[in-house]
Design a protein around this ligand. Structure first.
Ligand code: THU
Length: 146
């Protein structure tokens, strides 16, 4: 199983993957026809998932990660310790890494060592830390004490 992190997927990977896959299957992507599902694990052990939600007014579309994090925040979640993103089609060989905006959204709730499992619907393709995807990031610490 390919990983970029020393420990590889946690024991919670299967549950996170299953939640992200269920969201992936509900993706609302009639324009791009590119389904994405995401799931995040909070520090208190809860899993929140979401899919991309496109819109006929294209810029109003929302990424799967934003949906998952919005659901999490609405339920009081504040820290994430692991994330899964599923995109693409089986065997396409591509990495559906979080877009730039979603890397910053994940940074809001995750530490630089947050493992992000980049998956296809068939399973794990690669794991990278948030730090690897968003180096030298600006985050909540920069605004601490204001
Ligand atoms: N998408 C996500 O949901 N997450 C990402 O990190 C990459 C892109 C969605 C947005 C759009 O609905 C579709 O994938 C094609 O860009």
């Amino acid at each position: 199983m390919p990983t970029d992190t020393a420990g590889g997927p946690s024991a919670r990977f299967d549950a996170l993957f299953a939640a992200a896959l269920a969201a992936y299957r509900n993706a609302y992507a009639p324009y791009s026809k590119f389904s994405v599902g995401a799931a995040v694990l909070t520090d208190d052990g809860r899993v929140f998932s979401g899919c991309n939600v496109e819109n006929a007014a294209y810029p109003q579309g929302q990424c799967a990660e934003a949906t998952a994090l919005g659901r999490m925040a609405s339920e009081g979640g504040r820290r994430i310790v692991e994330a899964v993103v599923i995109g693409g089609t089986p065997g396409d060989g591509l990495l559906c890494t979080p877009c730039g905006g979603c890397r910053q959204r994940l940074r809001e709730f995750g530490a630089p060592d947050l493992p992000i499992h980049v998956c296809g619907p068939e399973g794990l393709r690669r794991t990278a830390t948030l730090e690897a995807l968003l180096p030298l990031s600006f985050g909540p610490d920069n605004l601490a004490g204001r």
